[in-house]
Write a protein that binds this ligand. Structure first.
Ligand code: AMP
Ligand code: MG
Length: 402
């Protein structure tokens, strides 16, 4: 059986970037740039006022004042030039005429009719003028390939007049849920049956990370059924996730089916808790994960293996959950035989590990905002000791000073 770190390293060897596609800016949040963006325009686009006030010529009138000869509003075409002794009323964002000396804030002047008095210490050359190309020149690389598009990056592209952007395509994800005991909500359960929940959990977790499941299928624990659905999903998806049926039971058919479909096994079974029977493999550029059916195991494996893989396929600069180091709120005793992902809660800069860690228990997971990673070999940790914390997405984390 391999360790968590080896499994992660192996996954890196099969991750290939998705092809690029062009999307509208409206749909670009959270996507990753597939090409450098060069500025088609300088920024700012022209010399403009940074404040509401007056734009001044370089010389005063003989009596030391200026004469206000007009007004320039944002969006106005500015006068060609400004003559000696002249001033224009000007507003934020308005174009400054050529040869303007500087802009003075309206709070710092006295204006009586057309006479403007400006204290000498309130005006220096270029004051309150945003220079054309001051942020960047035309042709400059303003965003690099592999940059994650956040709201500001999308705004920057919009400010350059862009309507679309080239990003890596998101992988098409399929999910095949196996298990003869599973029933949909709304049906009456017979003895021995349970409500199927992994599809809800996994779809929600993926959506909280910006991914969606395009193909969802169900199969009972019958070889032919699992194979038929698996074949279909493998055809149309970039990534196929299986839920359940990957353990060693007589009715766990996922492993033999994957073999029959020609999927190349990357690893099967990781020395971890929860999620030991995790499987990963590939068929051409397609990636397959078989997640253990136990609800908490399936979710941990999704966060710890599937998510970094999907992020990698999109060339995201950061892959998987955000990791931090935090002190433990209280001491912890562990079985040291496997690497562990412990459900936990970060509160006030400390991390509290839940006692309930069973792989079939979603109750404590529902209250968790983090997973604590403890490597095999560690059997005791004291309160205050720093541990590795993986922050779960879309969680409220109470910071230390709040
Ligand atoms: P398996 O990995 O198929 O052996 O399943 C392990 C445990 O997880 C069993 O108790 C299953 O009933 C349960 N389980 C498997 N799949 C699901 C599912 N989709 N929803 C809820 N429980 C499941
Ligand atoms: Mg099963």
């Amino acid at each position: 059986m391999i360790r968590v770190e080896e499994a992660r390293q192996l996954l890196l060897t099969i991750v290939r970037s998705m092809p690029a596609e062009v999307v509208s800016l409206r749909n670009a949040i959270g996507r990753v740039l597939a090409a450098d963006i060069r500025a088609p325009l300088p920024m700012p686009l022209f010399d403009q006022s940074a404040v509401d006030g007056y734009v001044l010529s370089s010389r005063r009138l003989p009596d030391g004042s200026y004469r206000v000869v007009g007004m320039i509003r944002a969006g106005d075409i500015p006068p060609k030039t400004i003559q000696s002794g002249q001033a224009y009323r000007i507003f934020t964002g308005a174009a400054v005429p050529q040869r303007a000396y500087g802009v003075v804030m309206q709070e710092h002047v006295q204006c009586t009719g057309v006479r403007l008095d400006v204290p000498a210490d309130r005006i220096v050359q270029g004051s309150h003028i945003r220079k054309k190309g001051g942020h960047f020149k035309k042709g400059a690389v303003v965003l690099q390939r592999s940059a994650l598009l956040n709201a500001a990056a999308i705004g920057l592209l919009a400010s350059l007049g862009k309507q679309t952007v080239r990003v890596y395509r998101k992988p098409v994800i399929g999910l095949l849920v196996t298990g003869s005991e599973l029933r949909k909500a709304g049906t009456v359960l017979r003895e021995g049956e349970i409500y199927e929940s992994n599809s809800s959990t996994l779809i929600a977790a993926l959506e909280s990370c910006g991914y969606s499941v395009k193909q969802l299928a169900f199969a009972r624990d019958r070889m032919a059924e699992v194979e038929r659905q698996a074949k279909r999903l493998m055809k149309v998806c970039d990534v196929v996730l299986f839920s359940g049926g990957i353990s060693v039971g007589d009715f766990d058919f996922v492993l033999p089916v994957l073999g029959r479909l020609g999927v190349k096994q990357l690893f099967y079974k990781v020395a971890q808790k929860p999620g030991k029977p995790l499987y990963a493999g590939s068929l051409g550029r397609k990636i397959v994960f078989a997640l253990p059916g136990n609800p908490a195991s399936a979710l941990v494996c999704l966060y710890e293996y599937v998510l970094p893989t999907l992020d990698g396929m999109q060339m995201k600069p950061h892959r998987g959950l955000v990791q931090v180091r935090l002190p433990l709120a209280s001491e912890l005793s562990l079985k040291a035989d496997r690497d562990q992902f412990l459900r936990a809660r970060v509160v006030h800069g400390h991390v509290e590990v839940f006692t309930a860690q069973d792989s079939d228990n979603l109750r404590s997971f529902a209250e968790s905002n983090a997973l604590v990673f403890v490597p095999a070999g560690v059997s005791r940790l004291s309160a205050g000791e720093q541990v590795i914390v993986h922050l779960l997405p879309q969680q409220e984390i109470v910071a230390s000073n709040s």
